[in-house]
Design a protein around this ligand. Sequence first.
Ligand code: SAM
Length: 231
Amino acid sequence: MGFFDNMRKPKGKLGNIQLKSMNKEHTPVSLWGLKHLDIQADDVILDVGCGGGINLNRMAQKAKKVYGVDYSEESVKLSREVNDDLIKEGRVEVLEGNVQSLPFEDDTFDIVTAFETVYFWPDIEKCFGEVKRVLKPGGTFLIGMESNGSDNLIMKFWQHFIDMNLYDDAEITQFLQNNDYSQITAYIKDGRKKQEIIKEIGGETRRINDDYDHISFSDKFVEWLTVVARK
Ligand SMILES: C[S@@+](CC[C@H](N)C(=O)[O-])C[C@H]1O[C@@H](n2cnc3c(N)ncnc32)[C@H](O)[C@@H]1O
């Protein structure tokens, strides 16, 4: 199991190092994605493909309880370490599981998030249906990615080595529509033009953002994508 396989399913010591690095490196794109969620104090949240577990920690600062699920033993282990205190308080719980068959009852969560993980999901459309099953009616599904299609050349390069797929906002929107999600909104942070584009079905608005100084050099050349939809 090498460096590239560890992006898809982290394993062993190298996997642990890469997960710790992801907790750090994914911070800007995750924080930007989280801005598009309105977390309430009584919300119960699930983060699918929770990786190193830092987003569980962030969301637990606002929500009643946050669950993490990941099919990698190493990700589950690190997520538990990172959230040790919150787990003891009963505010975070981490389970090993696959998005294809989530270990939860129907209509359980107010919010389900998926950061930097949908590239690896087999039959993504079916997985979006599985996420919908565990969402409460009216619940929110958020997908966060540091690319919009194949615009991110580093990730495009990775594709030669990893079993992964890159999707753009139109494709993600289509998968959600095919699962009858509603109120689908795609937020695109364009590092080149320094603007955030908001796409809703039937309309598109553009707005300039002022926090582009805080993104890394390479992120200045790509688009980040966050898509939010309702069950
Ligand atoms: C690139 S990491 C991202 C981790 C974290 N969400 C972040 O933003 O840093 C992808 C994670 O998704 C998990 N993953 C990939 N496919 C999965 C699946 N089918 N079911 C559950 N977890 C999955 C991997 O094990 C890995 O921990």
